[in-house]
Design a protein around this ligand. Structure first.
Ligand code: MSP
Length: 636
């Protein structure tokens, strides 16, 4: 029976362009949405942007633009990025849209109408955190900072209040009756203990800012940004618009996917607002962990943002999608690093998946004239492996244990490789030609690979479509039946092509083309992602260096260890230029170097800087400098 499945992500602030944490959330939501769709569910996937409030007002003021101008610009980045990452959302809501305002006003109206004193005018003093746009309980404030280290200010405001204190018992009863309401359980415990400590009424309007939805009848108040933002999940469905078709179809949501930092808003405040308004509660609030850098949450306010746009450009979206879902245990925090990405890419994708596909396709090409073999097979160890692993995969997907679901798929890949080695098709072909028995072996291999591709499809949709086409299967083959053994046609053309995931020399990639992902802290919103500012350029210390000594790095085909005089001292640098230059011809040469790169260790040698070279089809060509220019001269 097809079910409806309404999934939402948090709506993202527009004070800055998206970073890896935002990408992670939408990629996870997309994997879930794609998986549900192919299981036959009717899916509605909502994402969007949170555009009101002090954060945005301040960021815009800092830039000297109107908040809406800032929002428009940042939203364009979101649209572009979600497209690049192949996010298949059905709707994108902005809280500055009229349909949203209508929904928020309806929410307030319903609360006031149902229980008139649930909203009252009152005065409130407390520690206010501008970053989180919320009052922080006294016991969480230390040295005028909140738990996350954001500054707090003692603030008194005359505001509208919501009688949250009235909802503690009902919330606790709801958690008891629906332990699945918050996932994972640790977050439910956290929320429960917060509620058990006693809930205070919540101030839900602001007079200190103007960038928001005006409070009905009180134009000097705007609606508190969280009441405003949370309502997006229903305003996007036409709540309050007079046309409640979508709302009736999709609400309550089957899954709010959010980061663990905003669980209180989603599992305490939001259900309380909904109870007060007489609206059904969400079925599930699912929390993911944080992407960290050096064990700290990646966030704009901490200034440690990672935006691996270069990885998306160089590899496409799929490898990043795979890495994030495979490396992170869903629900837990994890450091992001380019190195970890590259090692997964090379090991899992280039080697395990890519090579196995190429191998199987090449065998079909050589033994069966570029077609899938003529005889299918319904009895083999691969069939048994697939029949055992596919249900495991489903269980892991249902449990949101994506890394384990992928581990299960890789078990099938291991089985496929073992099967190829054990059956020695090359030997069989030499001895007996392309007979029925060889046909069965190659067909089994391709069929098991087809099932691998189908399982991986929600994670790497583009690459798996391509792979299915290459092995002679239907690229649209992503529905539930496709998991059953026997889907691969006989005699369908296979396609030998460039590797799906070409291996990357991690040492050269990290040391050369990419360096570390850019950290952008200076500008609230760079006007164009593809360009850097003059200040950013000036941060690069480019100088002329003189190569004083050179030797090949042991066991490396590409790397040469150089001793380069930078005008002040000699430093060791490693360059991936050995395919073009011998150590002897390098000594005495003047080159352009990046002198202020963080050291990187390449094949066990610490490199302090980078030598610039043009790359012609991967072949390096050093940037020439006139020999009369002294070492140390600045290049600008
Ligand atoms: N605007 C609020 C959400 C309102 S929902 C009604 C907000 N915005 S945010 O831009 O700060 O965060 C959006 C989502 O991204 C949140 O779920 C948040 O947890 C997630 N992430 C932001 N930084 C993150 C990491 N470093 N790692 C993983 N996800 C994190 O909160």
């Amino acid at each position: 029976m097809p079910q409806k499945f309404y999934i939402t992500t948090a709506i993202h602030y527009v004070n800055d362009i998206p970073h890896i944490g935002h990408m992670y959330e939408n990629i996870v939501a997309d994997v879930i949405a794609r998986h549900r769709r192919r299981m036959g569910d009717d899916v509605w996937f909502l994402t969007g942007t949170d555009e009101h409030g002090q954060k945005i007002e301040r960021a815009a003021a800092k830039e000297g633009v109107l908040p809406i101008e800032l929002a428009d610009r940042v939203v364009a980045h979101y649209h572009e990025l979600w497209k690049k990452l192949n996010i298949t959302h059905n709707d994108f809501i902005r809280t500055t849209e009229a349909r949203h305002r209508v929904g928020v006003l309806e929410m307030i109206r319903r609360i006031q109408e149902r229980i008139p004193d649930d909203i009252y005018l009152g005065e409130h003093s407390g520690w206010y955190c501008q970053n989180e746009e919320t009052f922080i309980p006294e016991n969480q404030v230390r040295d005028r900072k909140d738990d996350s280290g954001h500054p707090v200010e003692w603030t008194t405001e005359k505001n509208f209040f919501f009688k949250l204190s009235r909802y503690g018992e009902r919330l606790l009863a709801h958690y008891r009756a629906h332990p699945e309401f918050v996932f994972p359980e640790t977050r439910l415990n956290e929320v429960r203990s917060f509620v058990e400590q006693g809930l205070k009424d919540l101030s839900i309007s602001r007079t200190s800012i103007t960038w928001g939805i005006p409070w009905p009848g009180y134009p000097d108040h705007v609606v508190y940004v969280w009441l405003d933002a949370l309502t997006n999940y229903i305003s996007a469905l036409g709540f309050g618009s007079g046309d409640d078709k979508s709302f009736r179809r999709w609400w309550p949501t089957d899954m709010h996917l959010i980061g663990k930092d905003i669980v209180r808003f989603h599992a305490v405040y939001w259900p309380a607002f909904l109870m007060a308004a007489g609206v059904e509660l969400p079925k599930r609030v699912v929390c993911h962990g944080w992407l960290l850098r050096d064990n700290q949450k990646i966030s704009k306010s901490l200034g440690n943002v990672v935006r691996p746009y270069n990885i998306i450009d160089d590899f496409g979206a799929d490898p990043l999608r795979y890495y994030l879902l495979r490396d992170i245990v869903f629900g837990q925090d994890q450091n992001y690093s380019d190195e970890a990405f590259l090692s997964r890419y090379n090991a899992d994708l280039a080697n395990d998946l890519g090579n196995t596909l190429s191998r199987a396709i090449k065998m079909s090409e050589s033994y069966f004239g570029g077609k899938t073999p003529p005889v299918p097979c319904d009895d083999s160890e691969l069939l048994r492996a697939a029949q055992m692993l596919v249900p495991e995969y489903f269980t892991e997907m249902d449990d949101l244990a994506f890394h384990r679901a992928l581990e299960v798929v890789w078990k099938l890949l291991v089985a496929i490789n073992g099967y190829i080695v054990g059956s020695e098709p090359w030997k069989h072909f030499k001895e007996h030609g392309a007979d029925e028995s060889l046909s069965r072996v190659i067909w089994n291999t391709l069929e098991a690979l087809r099932i691998v591709c189908v399982m991986v499809a929600p994670f790497m949709p583009t690459a798996m479509r391509e792979a299915l086409g290459r092995i002679g299967a239907d690229p649209d083959d992503i529905d539930r039946q496709a998991f059953e053994w026997g889907g691969l046609p006989n005699g369908a053309p296979v396609r030998v092509a460039e590797p799906l995931f070409p291996r990357v020399d991690a040492a050269v990639y990290i040391g050369g083309t990419m360096s570390n992902p850019p950290i952008e802290t200076t500008q609230a919103v760079p006007p164009d992602l593809t360009k850097i500012s003059i200040d950013q350029f000036k941060e690069i210390d480019l100088r002329v260096g003189e190569i004083r000594a050179a030797e090949k790095v042991e066991k490396s085909k590409k790397l040469i260890k150089l001793s380069v005089f930078d005008g002040e001292s000699e430093r060791t640098m490693v360059a991936g230029i050995a395919t073009k230059y011998t150590p002897e011809e390098l000594v005495g040469r003047k080159v352009v170097i990046v002198a202020n790169l963080q050291p990187a260790t390449l094949m066990g040698v610490e490199s302090n800087g980078m030598v610039l070279a043009a790359s012609i089809g991967g072949e390096p060509s050093l940037i020439a400098v006139d020999s009369s220019v002294p070492a140390g001269t600045k290049v600008k």
